[in-house]
Design a protein around this ligand. Structure first.
Ligand code: ZN
Length: 316
């Protein structure tokens, strides 16, 4: 079946790289890069997004690698790749929100074609790609000043069939646990709007881009393509825990955060995670692991404010 996007018809057996135009900023056109790899044989439509948060570059690298390595002759169905959703944030090297309208791209889905630019981008992504998909993967890493590795989220739904399909998708990735998260303007809106399974991966830091995290996304996506019958072979499915106990450790006062652990590190109960100090370097708070598990989120900014999350430790 042909895949139509932005006035372009991509026929079965064709591979196309293009841009979906969204609108004009004061000095330039805002447009979203995409690839459509339309297999010669019929099958599901899998859409993969990255760069929803603009400095989360690790999955961008993985998606571009996938685009280069998959040809139409190799697959059944259609692979749609959108490596950089939030091009404005990328250009500005700006975390969290878009400089044009100060909105967080991952809080405005499904968007609005008459709204400000971030809402228009969201609408374009849903209208041109997500609404035509059978499966959606939204690939993230930690944002600026944060670190996370081998993370996985599925969306909360009362539809048990959809939930189990999301968990199966997640099991294609090398993760030890899955967290369930609310649908709230993120790409999980696809679950509610179109009834399609959607997962969100989270692995990597803005810099440096670590190869292990690129491979987490890349190998997981290839394994998922095997699982849903897009490429030949048997998928290897893991057995991650769903919503294991997890504890947040937060800064009790502002100051310097001298962390003693890495994202993904296994820690014992009571193990030193780091120390918050005042601006004379005197310790104010000694942060220790409240349970045995893995550091699932880590603040890596040296500067912390009272109330900031220093880390999450998730039981494994
Ligand atoms: Zn993100």
């Amino acid at each position: 079946m042909s895949f139509h996007v932005a006035g372009v018809e991509v026929k079965p057996g064709e591979k196309h790289a293009g841009y979906r135009s969204v609108g004009s900023a004061s000095t330039h056109e805002v447009r979203i890069p995409y690839f459509v790899v339309n297999g010669a044989k019929p099958g599901p439509v899998l859409t993969v997004l990255s760069g929803v948060h603009a400095v989360e570059c690790t999955p961008v690298e993985a998606v571009l690698r996938l685009a280069k390595s998959v040809e139409s002759a190799d697959i059944s169905g259609t692979l749609v790749l959108v490596p950089m959703v939030n091009t404005e944030g990328f250009h500005a090297r700006k975390p969290y929100s878009n400089q044009l309208d100060h909105l967080n791209q991952n809080k405005v889905f499904p968007g609005d074609p008459m709204g400000s630019m971030t809402r228009r981008v969201a609408h374009a992504v849903f209208e041109s790609f997500v609404s035509k998909s059978d499966y959606l993967v939204d690939c993230h890493s930690a944002d600026l000043g944060e670190d996370a590795t081998h993370g996985m989220f599925v969306y909360r739904t009362d539809d048990m069939d959809l939930k189990s399909r999301m968990i199966e998708m997640a099991r294609c990735f090398d993760c030890e646990y899955i967290e369930t998260t609310e649908i709230s303007g993120n790409t999980g809106e696809a679950v509610r709007l179109y009834g399609i399974p959607c997962i969100m991966t989270e692995s990597g830091a803005p810099y440096p881009i670590r190869e292990d995290d690129v491979l987490y996304h890349y190998m997981g996506l290839r394994n998922l393509m095997r699982h849903i019958g897009m490429i030949d072979g048997e998928a290897a499915l893991g057995d991650p825990r769903v919503d294991p106990p997890s504890r947040r450790i937060w800064a009790e006062s502002g100051g310097l955060w001298r962390r003693k652990v890495e994202a993904g590190q296994r820690v014992k109960e009571g193990q030193l995670l780091g120390v918050v100090s005042d601006l004379h370097g005197e310790p104010l708070q000694v942060a220790t692991a409240p349970l045995k598990g893995v550091v699932s989120f880590l603040r890596v900014h040296y500067s912390v404010n009272e109330g900031d999350t220093l880390c999450w430790v998730t039981e494994t």
